[in-house]
Design a protein around this ligand. Structure first.
Ligand code: ADP
Ligand code: MG
Length: 287
């Protein structure tokens, strides 16, 4: 590979909206045969909104929203932002939270109005009504978050975001380049499968904890696959660094952008296919 041709590739990349860390990055895309796509914020917009609210016995929707919203207010997670914003809109100013704690890929906890509130996928035993509300929301393709306090699960709030308009076309283009797409997410399997169906992905790896994403990429590589990973979140950073080629969404977190080899500036997944096509073309002119 002559440095000049690689520099030309880099310049063309910038025109397409691809920031390349260094010319040598183009080399690693040559063998790539699998593209792992993070779900939230990558295949979907990551801008979630609040949908239904369920309140079990002894409480009401207003209380579930107020307590959940208060704790989520302290978190930056897309799910948390949707719950906090939706709660504020529906019930007004939220109370403060003390002793806030974040459990990555699972949820949050904190003390609100003297109650120990837990929000997310952190409850073991769900009363039948809560379990039913959660299952129903998930069957509808939404992310269900269980809300509990003082040791019991008491309600559910469901959030959802939308698949990016360009994602289905991007998957088609990636396939055309001979790549196998895989959807990887910490979210529940039913939501993941409904998103996968919408964009034409057959292989789904769901309910993966943030620290396990890197292990999934490592496993695929051990199986002999050359892996490109596209992600946006703090929880994608290690996987982006481990993949043969890491592509960060320009709309994502700084951690992802720092870990990636390439940045898709506009957050348009179709540009991932452009990036791979460009580097293959650049390398073949060099040969
Ligand atoms: P993804 O891999 O799709 O980017 P994450 O690994 O960040 O998702 O989160 C996985 C799941 O953990 C979420 O879908 C949600 O169910 C739960 N979760 C994570 N953070 C929170 C939070 N702050 N509040 C409620 N639930 C959360
Ligand atoms: Mg994400």
């Amino acid at each position: 590979a002559t440095p000049t041709a690689l520099m030309v590739g880099t310049g063309r990349g910038a025109q397409l909206g691809i920031l390349i860390k260094g010319p040598e990055v183009l080399e690693s895309t040559r063998r790539v045969d699998t593209v792992v796509l993070d779900k939230t914020g990558t295949v979907t917009t990551g801008r979630m909104t609040l949908h239904e609210v369920y309140a079990g016995e002894g409480t009401d929707e207003e209380e579930v929203l107020r307590l959940a919203g208060a704790v989520e207010h302290a978190s930056e997670h897309p799910v948390a932002r949707a719950v906090a914003a939706g709660a504020e809109e529906r019930v007004g100013t939220l109370p403060g939270v003390e002793d806030f704690g974040n459990v990555p890929g699972r949820g949050v906890r904190g003390r609100v109005e003297g109650r120990e509130v837990v929000v997310g996928r952190l409850h073991d035993d769900l009363p039948p009504g809560v379990a039913r509300a959660r299952d129903e929301a998930e069957r509808g393709g939404r992310t269900a978050v269980v809300v509990g306090w003082d040791g019991a699960a008491r309600g559910v709030v469901a959030v959802a975001d939308t698949v990016r308009e360009t994602s289905a076309e991007a998957v088609t283009e990636l396939r055309r380049l001979g790549l196998t797409p895989v959807l990887l997410t910490g979210d529940n399997r039913r939501v993941a499968e409904s998103v996968a169906r919408a964009v034409g992905i057959d292989e789904v790896i769901a309910e993966v904890l943030p620290e396990e994403k890197v292990a999934v990429v490592e496993r695929l590589r051990r199986e002999g696959r050359a892996v490109a990973m596209v992600g946006d979140g703090v929880n994608d950073a290690a996987a982006l660094a481990t993949a043969d080629l890491g592509l960060a969404m320009g709309t994502g977190t700084d951690a992802a952008i720092e870990a990636g080899d390439l940045t898709l500036v506009r957050g348009d997944l179709r540009v991932a296919a452009d990036a791979i096509r460009l580097s293959r073309r650049t390398l073949s002119t060099i040969k």
